[in-house]
Design a protein around this ligand. Sequence first.
Ligand code: ADP
Length: 460
Amino acid sequence: MSLRLRLTLLYTSLLGGVLLLFGVLVYVLVGVMLVSQVDDQLQQTVNEIISVTHVDSVGQLNIVQFPTLDLTENVFVQVWGRDGRLRASSPNISSLTVSMDSNGMKATHPVFSNSVVQQAHLRVLTVPLQASGRIIGLIQVGTSLGLIDATQRALMIVLVATALVSMGLAALGAWLTTGRALAPLETVTQVATHITRADDLSRRIPYNGVVQSEVGQLITAFNQTLSRLEVLFNSQRRFLADVSHELRTPLTVIKGNVGLLRRMGATDEESLSSIENEVDRLTRMVGDLLLLAQAESGKIPLDMHTVELDTILLEVFQQMRVLAGDHSQLRITEIDQVQVTGDRDRLKQVLVNLVGNAVKYTPAGGQINLSLGKVGDQARLIVQDSGPGIPAEDLPHIFERFYRAEKSRTRSRDGSGFGLGLSIAYWIVRNHNGRIEVNSKEGQGTTFCMWLPLAKESKN
Ligand code: ADP
């Protein structure tokens, strides 16, 4: 059974239950009130009759003067002697010789009862008459319950009809409202099924309702999950494409050289060194990928110690000065004694990447400035170059795996990396509870800034 049908049935039966309870209460209450009014009237009539009833010296009931009483059409009276003989009766039932309530004939105290006499539904009050402590007869006063019965029947019809109409309206209302409320869930199901079938994560669930509602929150969460999955899947797909692309080029070169060697039937030094270069390149890439995978998952083995960042910077500076040669001017503008807690080799790798990129991308005659200092409880390393800068559209992506700005891709391959260096640097720094920031404008150089928490010893 669908949720919509179940909710509709639940609401309708709940309303039905409440209406039934209400109806029964009203019906019973009205009945009790009407009958109690009738009972009062009967009691009053009995009192009046008793006031005109006499007992003679031998204890017999004497005169009952009904005509003197103001009896209404609807009130019937019978006076019975002790011997069970009918002594008197009101003119409107003069032909009735049997008791209006035969069960009440033996009553020793006043009793009200309902009875059916000649197909008429009556309410009868039987009151024993006493004289000198003896029961000398009975008075029975009855009245027709026809009007009350008719009233109760009409009330019953009104109650049942109202209940049925209300339940019908409630069922319709519940069906429409739950239908409208659950419609987005159907869309969720359809979109989810479509995504599974068509493998299309770009679809989103449309929703125009209140975002804070339960359904709105569900759809927002679902759409966020889809966006996240889409990003992950795309990055996975791109990663595979990038890896295969990067692998194909060196493998083609190796295959070509091996074929050449075979055709020549002799060792060719040039081919061998080309093969060796490509194998080195592949080995480096596989190593970088492994490192990146470890760093991204936070499982990179880090040999943490107190490390002097200024010493590492000086080492990298020496190393890179050789690489920069006369091509560009590499200098340290500021250096402070800075200690951080970290893995020396990994941190050096980050510095090599940042300074290496600056050297690599800065054209001849350019300038690269390095500075290291403390800001609050953080170490700050700045690598600033006067190179070509990074285009705004590339800037948000440079820390992504295999990302290389278009211009860098078209650069000559010697010395160029795979677009993994900055990703590795980013993750290594993240694993050291630090961060890397970049500031760059095309044509105005690039500044990388690395922040790391200072080691306890280094804090003033
Ligand atoms: P690559 O191996 O291509 O250098 P990286 O991950 O180190 O890969 O850098 C990613 C991209 O960021 C580079 O391809 C380049 O486009 C850009 N980039 C990094 N550093 C600089 C810089 N100092 N100047 C200009 N562009 C840079």
